[in-house]
Design a protein around this ligand. Structure first.
Ligand SMILES: C[S@@+](CC[C@H](N)C(=O)[O-])C[C@H]1O[C@@H](n2cnc3c(N)ncnc32)[C@H](O)[C@@H]1O
Length: 287
């Protein structure tokens, strides 16, 4: 069997290819009766190096899960149960969306969405955050989800149709080059995705570009309290599992500030150890 390349040896296209492959598997989980969000990967997934759960990155170095993380303390909690534990209201949400949930927080909960707002979800996956946002912004508002994994997009579109949502659309695209017009969005949300982007500075510049003046960014993501070992940093399974692409919190916040945002702050943090889930907010200046 050929040895997997180190992350450092891979081009950004190769990294994105691995990310897509990993999340194609997650997209299929929502349709299975048992859909572990965070248990260790199945044998077939491991053979394709697709340790595709952000939850794994919230384990501490000895492999224990933090109480506050999505892995909980039980062996294999399901994605939907994890989402509920973070305050998601899953009534009328199709199983495909809750079962393939792969977030590490609940960015919509603090986004203070209002009726009529236009929301962009970066890396919308199977659509859970986008669906919750669509309920909040109502018929006069709109939600756009962007993702680069066709199976996630197909699942999200099927669920949107099942829910009869007319104020939502899912676009195929890269969050480093967002297929959305300048100054057209009120709120950018994202859940456990930006750590997977090789060029995070670009993601924040794109978020700034699409937001209207005064618009806000509200993301949940994995950030590091301490640097990773070279070995971890180079492991593609840990990259797709939301650990190896994560960066130190200060660096993350600086990328946001350097994109032009103001009032950048960490609103909440969950977990402990090397990698934690942080909820971060920032604003595009009004003028
Ligand atoms: C950990 S999952 C999170 C999905 C969703 N936000 C949720 O909370 O369930 C990461 C998602 O981001 C998408 N993604 C990763 N990198 C991306 C990129 N550069 N551009 C667009 N989508 C990306 C993946 O396809 C996947 O659906």
């Amino acid at each position: 069997m050929s040895k997997k390349k180190n992350v450092q040896e891979m081009t950004t296209d190769e990294i994105k290819h691995e990310v897509r492959k990993a999340y194609s598997i997650v997209a299929g989980r929502g349709t299975q009766s048992s859909s572990p969000c965070c248990s260790s990967s199945t044998a077939s997934e491991e053979s394709s190096s697709s340790q595709s759960s952000c939850c794994d990155s919230l384990r501490n170095k000895s492999g224990e899960a933090s109480n506050a993380d999505c892995c909980g303390t039980s062996a294999s909690p399901r994605a939907a149960e994890y989402a509920k534990s973070m305050g998601y209201d899953l009534s009328e949400i199709p199983n495909a969306a809750s079962g393939s949930f792969a977030g590490c927080g609940n960015p919509v909960a603090l986004a203070g969405l209002k009726q009529g707002e236009v929301v962009l979800d970066l890396g919308s996956g199977a659509g859970l955050d986008a669906f919750v946002a669509a309920r909040r912004v109502g018929k006069t508002g709109r939600v756009i989800g962007v993702d680069m994994t066709p199976k996630m997009l197909a699942s999200a579109r099927r669920s949107a149709a099942e829910m009869g949502l007319a104020n939502i659309e899912f676009r195929e695209g890269d969050i480093e080059d967002v297929p959305v017009k300048d100054n057209s969005i009120d709120v950018v949300i994202s859940n456990c995705v930006i750590n997977l982007a090789p060029d995070k500075a670009k993601v924040f510049k794109e978020s700034y570009r699409v937001l209207r003046p005064g618009g806000r960014l509200m993301v949940s993501d994995i950030v590091l309290n301490e640097e990773l070992s070279e070995e971890d940093r180079n492991n593609i399974a840990k990259y797709t599992g939301c650990l190896a692409g994560a960066i130190l919190e200060d660096k993350y916040l600086n990328y946001i500030r350097n994109a032009g945002f103001e009032k950048v702050s960490v609103v909440e943090k969950e977990g402990w150890g090397q990698a934690v889930s942080a909820r971060i907010e920032a604003f595009k200046p009004k003028v």
